[in-house]
Design a protein around this ligand. Structure first.
Ligand code: ADP
Ligand code: MG
Length: 695
C-alpha cells in the first residue's frame, strides 16, 4: 500500500512543478542515451531469461548498461509488484551512490524515492524505494535482521568478477536464502536458529538472483550455482592503441604527469583517465597538474583535473561525469573504481601506471597490511578498454611491454588475502556455525579461519567453543565496523571515554586527515603544532576534531547554520587539515554515535583525562603493540616483525618505548601508522589473557 501512496505523489510531480523546455530536452537526451546502449536491444530477452531462470549470470562489457538499465527493465516488467524491491549490490560504496543518482535522474524521480541507495553510514532510501543500490556488505547486514531477505523479489549481485570478500560471502548466503524461499513455508529456515524470525505464515515468492560480471569467464559462478545459465551482452568497443615505455619508470607519478601533459599538448581532443592507487596519490597529482599548468602559456591551460575516489563527497564525484567546459580537456584521476564499476563518458586516453592498492594478510603473523602491487592482466585490459568506448583511443602503459607478460592473469579472490574476523563474526551472527564446512566459492585457508576465530575469542566476541559471546559478540556483530573497532567502542563505554573513541574510530575511517603538500611541509607542521599530542596520533586526532567542533559551534552562533560548510573549509585550510576527510569523519562520527546510542550506550567523555583514554586504547588494540629495540626500530609483539614508525606519525621523532598502532603499511619497508605511546605494563594488566608478566 505504501507503494501506491508513493506513486501518486510521483505522478503528481509534474503538476507541482511545470516542466520547462529544457526539462524536455534533457528527458529526450536521456531517452536517446538509454536507447543507444547495447543492452537496450536485448531488454525483452533478458526479462524472459530472468522469468525462466532463478539464477542468471549476465556477462557484459563495461559500459553496456548492465548496472543502470537492468533494474529499470525489471521494474517495468513488474518485479516490484506488491511493494517488493530489487536490490543491486556493489563492492564499492561510491559505485552504489553514483549509479543510484544516475538511475534516479534517468527515471526522473527524486533520489531516495523510487530509486535510492544505502551504504554504511549513509542511507538514502524510503518506504517507497523499489530499486535499491547498496554495498554487498550492507545487504549482509540486512540479512541479520531479515534472514529471508523477504522484502526483495530480485537481488542483483554486480561486479562479481571483482571477487570482493563480501561479494563471495553474499553469494554463499543468497544460495541458502534462495533454497529456503523455494521451500513450502512450513519447512523454511535459512539456518539452524531463527531463520523464520518475523516471516511466519507470510507467503514469500521465490528469490530471483542475478549475477553480473564484466569478465568473460562466467564458469566459476555457473558451476557454483549448479550450472546456472549465463547470457552475454554484446558490447561496443573501438580499437585502442597500446603504448609502452621503453624502460621501466622509477617514479610512476612523475611519468604519469609527463604523459598527461604530452597528451594534453600533442593529441587530439578527448578526456584523459589516469589510474592511481589512492587518495594521497590522486591529491598530489591533482596539485602537481595545477602547478605545472601555471607555467604553460595562457592558451594551453585548458586542462581540468578532477578526482574520483571513495572518500570524495558525492557532489564532487559527480563533477567527473559532467562534460568539460568548452575548449577544456578533463583529466580524471581515479582509483581502480573506474576500471569497471563506473563509466565516465568522453574518455579517449588512458594512462595506466600498472599498480593497485590491495589488502594483504599473512595469517601466520596475524597482520593485515595495505600494499601496492602490480595490477593483473584482466585489470590492465579493463583499464585500456576505457579509452575505446566512444571511438578509437590510446592507452599509455607506464612500463615496458615485457612486463605485461609477467602479470598475473587475474587478481586473487579477496577472501584469500584478508583477515576473516569480520566475515566470520557476521556468519556466526547469521547462525552459521560451521565456518570450515561453509560453502564458499573459493575456500579461505584453514589457517586463516583458525586465526580469525582465535582473534574473535581474544576480542571477547566468541566463547571458548566459538559460539557468539552474550552480549559482547552480538553487540559487536551489530556495529558496522571491523571487530576490533567495535570492541574498542564497547570497552570505551566502561572506561568512560566513549566520546573520544567514537572520534578516533571516525577519524581512522578516512585515509588522510592532514593536508601535507610536499613543498609546504614545514609550514603545515608548524600550523598544526598546537594540536599535536606527544602521546601520539589518536590523541592528536581527538584534539583536531574537538577544536574544529568548538570553532564551528562558535561561528555557527555568529553567522548562522547555512554557512557551516564554508566555515569548516576555511578552518581546514588555515590548519592544513584535509577538508574532505574531516567532513567525512564528522559524518561517520554521527552515524556510529547513532548506532551505539541505539544499543543503549551513554556517550560520556573523559574530558582531559587522556591517561584513561590511552589505557583504553591499549586495552582495545593490544594485538597491535610494538616495542622499541636498541637500534631504534620497532618489533611488533604479535608477529615479531621489524617495523618502522611512518613519517606522517606525530611520534616519528619522539620514538617512545612502546606503542599500539592501527595500521601496517608496506612499501619499501614495513611502516606502522596511527600510533599511541603506552606503558608496556598496561598490556599485561589490561589484556592478561594475552600477555603474561615475566615473573
Ligand atoms: P555497465 O554496468 O554495463 O558497465 P552502466 O549501466 O554503468 O554500464 O553504464 C551505462 C552507460 O551509462 C555508460 O555509457 C555510462 O557512460 C552512462 N552513465 C553511467 N552513469 C552516468 C552518469 N552519472 N552520468 C552520465 N552518464 C552515465
Ligand atoms: Mg556496471
Amino acid at each position: 500500500a505504501q507503494g501506491e501512496v508513493k506513486n501518486t505523489v510521483e505522478n503528481r510531480k509534474p503538476n507541482l512543478k511545470p516542466p520547462t523546455a529544457s526539462h524536455y530536452s534533457v528527458r529526450q537526451k536521456i531517452a536517446e542515451h538509454r536507447k543507444s546502449l547495447p543492452i537496450a536491444s536485448v531488454e525483452k530477452r533478458l526479462v524472459e531469461e530472468v522469468n525462466k531462470n532463478d539464477v542468471l549470470i549476465i556477462v557484459g562489457e563495461t559500459g553496456s548498461g548492465k548496472t543502470t538499465q537492468l533494474p529499470q527493465f525489471l521494474y517495468s516488467a513488474g518485479f516490484c509488484r506488491e511493494g517488493k524491491m530489487i536490490g543491486i549490490t556493489q563492492p564499492r560504496r561510491i559505485a552504489a551512490v553514483t549509479v543510484a543518482k544516475r538511475v534516479a535522474e534517468e527515471c526522473d524521480v527524486e533520489l531516495g524515492q523510487r530509486v535510492g541507495y544505502s551504504i554504511r553510514f549513509d542511507d538514502s532510501t524510503s518506504s517507497s524505494t523499489r530499486l535499491k543500490y547498496m554495498t554487498d556488505g550492507l545487504l549482509l547486514r540486512e540479512a541479520l535482521l531479515d534472514p529471508q531477505l523477504s522484502r526483495y523479489s530480485v537481488i542483483i549481485v554486480d561486479e562479481a568478477h571483482e571477487r570482493a570478500v563480501h561479494t563471495d560471502v553474499l553469494l554463499a548466503l543468497l544460495k541458502k536464502v534462495q533454497r529456503a524461499r523455494a521451500k513450502p513455508v512450513s519447512e523454511r529456515t535459512v539456518n539452524g536458529n531463527g531463520g523464520l524470525r518475523g516471516c511466519q505464515g507470510r507467503k514469500l515468492s521465490p528469490l530471483k538472483l542475478i549475477i553480473m560480471s564484466a569478465s568473460l569467464d562466467a564458469r566459476v559462478f555457473s558451476e557454483y550455482f549448479g550450472g546456472a545459465k549465463a547470457v552475454h551482452v554484446q558490447g561496443r568497443q573501438f580499437p585502442v592503441d597500446i603504448m609502452y615505455t621503453v624502460h621501466p619508470e622509477s617514479d610512476y607519478i612523475d611519468a604519469a604527469l609527463v604523459t598527461i601533459f604530452q597528451i594534453h599538448l600533442e593529441e587530439n581532443p578527448g578526456d584523459i583517465l589516469v589510474f592511481l592507487t589512492g587518495q594521497d596519490e590522486i591529491e598530489s597529482v591533482d596539485r602537481l597538474v595545477r602547478e605545472r599548468l601555471q607555467h604553460l602559456p595562457e592558451e594551453s591551460r585548458k586542462l581540468l583535473p578532477l578526482a574520483i575516489f571513495a572518500a570524495l563527497p558525492s557532489e564532487q564525484q559527480m563533477r567527473a561525469f559532467a562534460p568539460a567546459p568548452a575548449g577544456f580537456r578533463k583529466v580524471i584521476l581515479a582509483t581502480n573504481i573506474a576500471e569497471t564499476s563506473i563509466t565516465i563518458p568522453g574518455i579517449r586516453y588512458v594512462i595506466d601506471p600498472g599498480f593497485v592498492k590491495t589488502r594483504h594478510y599473512e595469517p601466520s603473523k596475524g597482520i593485515e597490511s595495505l600494499v601496492v602491487v602490480p595490477a593483473s592482466k584482466a585489470q590492465t585490459l579493463q583499464r585500456s578498454g576505457r579509452a575505446g568506448r566512444e571511438g578509437p583511443g590510446k592507452c599509455f602503459r607506464l612500463y615496458p611491454e615485457r612486463e605485461f607478460e609477467k602479470l598475473e592473469d587475474s587478481a586473487k579472490p579477496e577472501i584469500k588475502s584478508v583477515n576473516l574476523s569480520n566475515v566470520i563474526l557476521q556468519l556466526k551472527a547469521l547462525g552459521i556455525d560451521d565456518i570450515v564446512g561453509f560453502d564458499f566459492i573459493d575456500k579461505p585457508s584453514r589457517v586463516a579461519i583458525i586465526k580469525a576465530l582465535a582473534e574473535l575469542r581474544l576480542l571477547g566476541a566468541l566463547t571458548d567453543d566459538c559460539k557468539l559471546e552474550d552480549p559482547t559478540g552480538y553487540q559487536m556483530s551489530r556495529l558496522p565496523l571491523e571487530p576490533v573497532y567495535s570492541r574498542a567502542l564497547i570497552l570505551a563505554n566502561t572506561f568512560n571515554c566513549l566520546e573520544e573513541m567514537l572520534i578516533t574510530v571516525a577519524m581512522l575511517s578516512v585515509e588522510s586527515i592532514f593536508y601535507d603538500p610536499r613543498e609546504k611541509r614545514d609550514e603545515a607542521r608548524a600550523s598544526r603544532n598546537h594540536f599535536t599530542s606527544v602521546e601520539g596520533d589518536h590523541l592528536t586526532y581527538v584534539s583536531v576534531y574537538r577544536e574544529s567542533d568548538e570553532f564551528l559551534e562558535k561561528r555557527r552562533k555568529e553567522s548562522g547554520e547555512n554557512k557551516v560548510d564554508k566555515i569548516m573549509k576555511k578552518w581546514c585550510i588555515d590548519n592544513f587539515v584535509n577538508h574532505r576527510s574531516l567532513k567525512h569523519a564528522r559524518d561517520t562520527y554521527r552515524q556510529i554515535r547513532g548506532h551505539v546510542e541505539q544499543m543503549g550506550f551513554n556517550v560520556s567523555s573523559c574530558g582531559n583525562d587522556m591517561l584513561e583514554f590511552r589505557r583504553c586504547l591499549s586495552a582495545s588494540f593490544f594485538l597491535k603493540a610494538a616495542q622499541r629495540q636498541l637500534d631504534g626500530t620497532y618489533r611488533a609483539l604479535e608477529s615479531g616483525e621489524i617495523v618502522h614508525i611512518h613519517p606522517t606519525s606525530v611520534l616519528f621523532r619522539g620514538k617512545p618505548e612502546c606503542v599500539i598502532f592501527n595500521e601496517l603499511m608496506q612499501t619499501s619497508k614495513k611502516y606502522i601508522k596511527n600510533l599511541t605511546r603506552i606503558d608496556p605494563l598496561w598490556l599485561a594488566e589490561l589484556a592478561p589473557h594475552h600477555y603474561k608478566t615475566d615473573e
